[in-house]
Design a protein around this ligand. Structure first.
Ligand code: UTP
Length: 289
């Protein structure tokens, strides 16, 4: 078995045009789902998968992300003085141990492949996870932990996938498989937004990856692809010629918080899943319907 997956890259430097104006002055991954920013859930998922170091790829105007993962002594002291220890603990649970997070500027949003490449010096020569922080995954066993399990079984590279709604394959990155037997299958290819009827499967790439460091050499000279952006999918396609890739159909549900309705669905689903809020949330939703 190869090296353990210890580090995760979280690219958050995109423009977030689909959730404007909400994402104009607040980075979109700091928008709330129920009472916590989306990133709080993603970091929790990373920790549940044994990740020890998180590398954020940030853009201009996103310093609030660094602040969110820092202590805030004025508020902490006020809460402690008032004996509000539950709120204080909730506030502190997102904080990293010193040195467990890095923040790297992507000076222009040249694409997801470029964003991942920006992490190369911090990742070094070891396998690592990529988590697209727009994709909030509700799962009994954390989605990334399921990917790490698959990596420990098969080695190489792992791409988390899930079935897309019927007739919608043309909106997604779709994987091609070497036969389908259970949830973990060898990949033979992938295609970004296939023309309707030409999709090689109904499984789309849903935002969690385990990649080998050789991807960096490929991304280094990667040409711009779809949308004029340096695409991670193109880089993975090249790496697939040299290394194994497996697609894992994870157990859980994904909410695309980079999209207005996806963000709304996430708020409803996560409120209904909270023991302390479920009853009140159900009443409020029913009253609106
Ligand atoms: P998206 O294309 O879905 O996100 O990128 P976006 O550009 O932020 O959003 P829209 O489409 O304009 O609404 C997928 C992920 O990759 C990151 C984004 O932040 C998002 O988490 N990304 C994308 C970067 O970090 N840098 C880039 O250059 C592009």
């Amino acid at each position: 078995m190869g090296k353990r997956v210890r580090k995760a890259v979280l690219p958050v430097a995109g423009l977030g045009t689909r959730v404007l104006p909400g994402a104009k002055t607040t980075p979109k991954n700091l928008l709330n789902v129920v009472d916590r920013p989306i990133l709080s859930y993603i970091v929790e998922e990373a920790r549940a998968a044994g990740i020890e170091h998180i590398v954020f790829i940030v853009g201009r105007g996103q310093a609030a992300i660094e602040d969110y993962f820092d202590a805030i002594p004025e508020i902490e002291q006020a809460l402690a003085a008032k004996g509000k220890t539950d709120i204080l603990e909730d506030l502190r649970r997102d904080l990293p141990e010193p040195g467990q997070m890095s923040f790297i500027r992507q000076m222009a949003p040249l694409g997801l492949g470029h964003a991942v490449w920006c992490a190369r010096h911090v990742i070094g020569d070891e396998p690592f996870a990529v988590m697209l922080p727009d994709m909030l995954m509700m799962a009994k066993r954390a989605a990334l932990a399921q990917a790490v399990d698959a990596y420990e079984q098969k080695g190489g590279n792992v791409v988390v996938v899930e079935p897309c709604p019927p007739g919608e394959a043309h909106k997604y990155g779709i994987v091609a498989l070497d036969g389908q037997d259970g949830r973990l299958n060898r990949m033979t290819g992938m295609v970004e937004k296939p023309a309707p009827g030409t999709e090689p499967s109904n499984l789309f790439i849903s935002g969690r990856y385990i990649l080998q460091p050789e991807i960096f050499e490929i991304l280094e000279t990667q040409e711009r692809g779809a949308g004029g952006e340096i695409q991670l999918t193109d880089g993975m396609f090249h790496l697939m010629k040299k290394q194994d890739f497996h697609a894992l159909e994870y157990e859980g549900t994904t909410y695309d918080c980079g999209d207005k309705i996806g963000l709304l669905r996430a708020n409803v689903a996560f409120a209904l899943a909270r023991p302390d809020l479920a009853d009140a949330a159900r009443k409020a939703i029913n009253a609106l319907l």
